[in-house]
Structure formats: C-alpha cells, structure tokens
Design a protein around this ligand. Structure first.
Ligand code: AMP
Length: 143
C-alpha cells in the first residue's frame, strides 16, 4: 500500500506546524491540545524548516533550566527525513526503524501534503491483520 492511501484514511489529515521563533512552552501547548507527539517547524505553514518532537524536549529537561523559554528553532532537527505519496508502507516502516524516528512528513511536488506517524502505520497493520483474519474465518466456515 502507498502512503497516499494512508493519508486519505487519516481522521485528521492536516499537518500541525509551528514557527521556529515560537517558544518551547508554546510548542508543548500545541502538542497537548492536538494530542500529537511532533510538529513540523515552518515559518509560513508550508516551507519545511525542521521537525520537533516531544523527545527533543524530554532529552534536554535534565540539563536545561530555561528550556521552556528557548525557541523551537534551537531544539528542532533541521535535516528532516521526508517521503513522497508514492512511498510504500513497508518502505516507511524500514525508514522509521532504521532512523529511529516516529514521524515522517509527506511532500507532494516539494510541498507539505501530510505527515505519517508510526501510530498511523501500526493502525494500518492492525486493520490489515483483522481483515485477513475475517477472510480466513469466512473461508473456514464455508468449507
Ligand atoms: P520521534 O521519534 O519522531 O519522536 O523523534 C525522535 C527524534 O528524531 C527527535 O530528535 C526528532 O526531532 C527527530 N525526528 C523526528 N521525525 C523526524 C524526521 N522525519 N526527520 C528527521 N528527524 C526527525
């Protein structure tokens, strides 16, 4: 299956972004209010400047007293791993596992078109397994 189809099935297909000049305090509010673990960092809502996840915050908590007042641009990861809508679920699972990341923004013709999290991929896998189980059960009961 292609990532395009995963995006189409998402209940909330929009990408939550935050400006690089916003504070970490604001970031935590955005993550909490949207119930998400990462934000794409963008100065205008479409250009990609980086990505910032709850891990970027947690990993600095024990050393940085002023963490909440830092700017998002200071803690984000600027080199973002992205994919296109034609990437497959298997390809993305491999990328997430090897790079140890749980969020991959999707670019269509270089423009931000969505974001896929490891949770989206796990949900897809569970749906697929449930479908196969139902098919097998139906087959067994027919014979
Ligand atoms: P995550 O597992 O997505 O919570 O992120 C773990 C670490 O990888 C954090 O430092 C993130 O900033 C970084 N990260 C998350 N997603 C990406 C991505 N698509 N490209 C590059 N770095 C990422």
């Amino acid at each position: 299956m292609h990532i395009e189809e995963i995006l189409a099935r998402k209940a909330r297909p929009d990408v939550v972004t935050i400006g690089p000049d916003e504070t970490v305090r604001t970031l935590l509010g955005v993550l909490a209010s949207h119930g998400i673990g990462a934000c794409v960092v963008s100065p205008d809502g479409s250009r990609l400047a980086g990505i910032v996840s709850e891990r970027d915050v947690v990993r600095r908590l024990h050393t940085d007293e002023s963490l909440l007042d830092l700017e998002v641009g200071e803690i984000m990861t600027p080199a973002v791993v992205t994919c296109g809508p034609e990437a497959t679920v298997d390809e993305l699972m491999t990328i997430m596992t090897e790079r140890r990341i749980r969020h991959v923004p999707v670019l269509r013709d270089g423009v931000l078109a969505g974001i896929v999290s490891i949770g989206d991929l796990v949900k897809h896998r569970i749906d697929e397994l449930a479908f196969e189980r139902d098919q097998l059960e139906a087959y067994v009961h027919q014979t």
